[in-house]
Design a binder for this molecule. Structure first.
Ligand code: ZN
Ligand code: ZN
Length: 267
């Protein structure tokens, strides 16, 4: 608990980074170094590695999830009682559907990601693939994206939608405000509000302010996420926190599993 940059003892509330990666998946830091890095920034740590059969360097099977949770629980018990023990599941991957309830119950929180979405023709389009399907317009893609988000909110028992504005590579040069029309934003925040899923303000895939404001206005809780994979990135939630505060969100209302628990306990 030392660390040169630790806040003073009377600092009170500290932000929670609800989304960070370690060497259990594609992060550069050992789990204990994720904790130390967060502490040095005055941030409460989480480890939320990729739990998916469709991410290289990830925790990819039910047995591996069990081992991952055991390792995080050991770390928390020995040296890091403030460590939140989460995971990042891919909407399009099957692992989260296969996970038994006893494993769901051991997470402090989980985040879900639309790393790929299903298109009308039954194929999927991955956010990191270079090829763009012939004949697919950006508008048609965005409509499918929002439909996937609505299904995600109903079906996936996670607490947070990670990086809500992550879109396929081919669209990333276009302004988010154009792709996310106000009507699409409205559908998205209504789906999250109805399901009680938090909206992550990601430091890595930064959302536009209008979308975050709409989420807040709809009663959706915000969650801070560095989505950090490196020492420079892990637990850097200064920008997401500044966005939330600028919108008038109280610090204590930001999603924290310690305070707000899990969305669904019994599946
Ligand atoms: Zn992600
Ligand atoms: Zn991530």
């Amino acid at each position: 608990m030392t660390g040169r940059a630790s806040p003073p003892a009377d600092a009170g509330w500290r932000p929670r980074d609800c989304h960070a990666h370690s060497t259990f998946s594609d992060g550069a830091l050992e789990p204990r170094d994720v904790v130390a890095t967060a502490r040095a920034r005055g941030v409460r740590p989480s480890i939320t590695d990729h739990l998916s059969g469709d991410v290289s360097l990830s925790v990819a099977t039910v047995a591996q999830v069990r081992a991952y949770l055991g390792a995080l629980e050991s770390l928390a018990a020995s040296d890091a009682p403030d460590l939140a023990r989460g995971g990042e599941f891919c909407w399009h991957d099957a692992l989260w559907r296969e996970l038994p309830a006893e494993l769901w119950d051991r997470f402090t929180h989980t985040v879900g990601s639309l790393h790929a979405v299903w298109l009308d023709d039954g194929t999927s389009l991955h956010a990191f693939q270079r090829r763009w399907p012939d004949g697919l317009t950006a508008d048609a893609y965005m409509d499918s994206h929002v439909e996937n988000l609505e299904r995600f909110a109903v079906e996936m028992p996670v607490d947070v939608l990670a990086h809500p504005t992550l879109l396929p590579l081919a669209l990333r040069k276009r302004p988010l405000e154009e792709l996310w029309t106000e009507a699409r934003e409205e559908r998205a925040v209504r789906a999250l509000a109805a399901a009680g899923v938090a909206f992550e303000v990601s430091n890595r895939y930064r959302p536009h302010e209008r979308f975050v404001r709409r989420a807040v206005d709809a009663g959706v809780r915000l969650s801070l996420g560095s989505d950090g994979h490196t020492p420079e990135q892990v637990a850097d939630v200064a920008w997401p926190l500044s966005v939330a505060r600028a919108l008038g969100v109280r610090d204590e209302d930001l999603y924290d599993p310690d305070a707000h628990g899990r969305r669904r306990h019994d599946r």
